[in-house]
Ligand binder design. Sequence first.
Ligand code: GLN
Length: 527
Amino acid sequence: MTDSTRLSAHEVAAHFRTGDLSSRDATTAAIEAAERGNRALNAWLSIDRERALAEADAADARLRAAHASGAAAVGALHPLLGVPVALKDLVSIKGGQCTAGSRILEGYRAPYDAHVTERLRAVGAVIVGKTNMDEFAMGSSTEHSAFGPTANPWDLERVPGGSSGGSAAAVAAYHVPLAIGTDTGGSIRQPAALTGIVGMKPTYGRVSRYGIVAFASSLDQIGPFARDAQDAAALLHAVAGRDERDSTSAPVPVPDGLLHLTASDDEAAAGLRGKRLGLPKEYFVAGMEPGTEARVRAAVGALEAAGAIVEEVSLPHTDYGLAAYYIVAPAEASANLARYDGIRYGPAARDGDILANYLATRGAGFGDEVKRRIMLGTYALSAGYYDAFYVKAQKVRTLIKGDFDAVWAAGFDAIVAPTSPGVAFRFGAKMDDPVAMYLNDACTLPVNMAGLPGVSIPCGLADGLPVGLQFIGAPWTELGLLELARGYEALTEDAEWRALEPTDLALSLDPAVPTPVERTAVAGTRA
Ligand code: GLN
């Protein structure tokens, strides 16, 4: 039988329907792949075999019941039923760990399921485990995890991007076909780009944040990772929609089209004809790697050749996005992280008075990047600076949103752009220079600032490493963006790079290979 870990979620689902694969077998294969690959990749912070197999057996029971009642019942099964999925380790699972990549949450057990966990359970998806991430989702490389960095299956010496690097690596390395991440300034799209998979940040308000560890509440969005647009759409469909427990989740209907994005290649490619795409000149930023720019421009050329109408557009406030984001996000983070006081969560210092315990708990529990953000944010919100920094940044945010609004008002269907200015970089390359690290998100941050949906899809390789193409849309146009993504997939179905597997995938299964912690210790990048 074919190795089920190589199949997409919809292919796995098709095998379930013909009865030649069980969820237990698919789940066992996923767990084994994850366990085997984790030494070299450090993509997973926990794998829960027992729970996953129990969920798989429950899914198999539902599959058997459907088979017993006939073709209509089988046809009505949810496409994610029985399919293995990974969750970033900031999504609550009742009774399970939820570290958010931080020592300060080590040993903490979530008392309830997140909204997305409930939704995944409801459709019968199988949660295999929790994935590595930058501490509190602050970072672009997963090197800021307190539990060591994650490696990129395309090159074990390189980062997978971040902050959802564990989820991206687990999907790219064929452990699971699907994973959940969060994106505050690029943390789904950028790691998707750097590992050669699909990652979508939905419209702000599309997915309830109930039960997710908060970073910057006005920017955070939950979204899917997958190896193709159809799978990403089905996962988004499963978790999207209004939830009373998150007042920012919007009562906007979730399009049914997301559930089965099943156009044929010809239909999908034909759908590109006449689409108006804006190419923002400001997104080809100074310092962009030539190989990445060449791949993105070639992809845009292919879209044009397929009948899309591509016109250059200007988003004039792009340059201010980074500075404004690094006021707003740390300000909100400093408020959100005040709750880690040594009383309510995780490990705590207990031998001094209240203030001494508080300082000792936070001093030992938070890593350097988190402390940097708390200091930045507290400063920006302090009396006397609030108007100069925070209020000013919010005004800039309005201007950034206005830039995008003008593009939609001019009748464009979407914006097409690079996801990241370069390919996956080496461990340690940007750790001593926070601003260089922040610049990775120049093409993704503005999308969060404006609350818009964006998707990154693979568009080939530069220097042997994956490059991401980004589609950005008006609010609530996720279906349209994923159809564009599907169209591009159809155009490039036979491209040579599509058939390549991550270069270091085989090496990642070698039990003798050093762990990312060992690698980076040798490189001298970590204490
Ligand atoms: N890299 C950005 C940051 O460090 C975005 C992170 C994210 O999207 N969670 O804030």
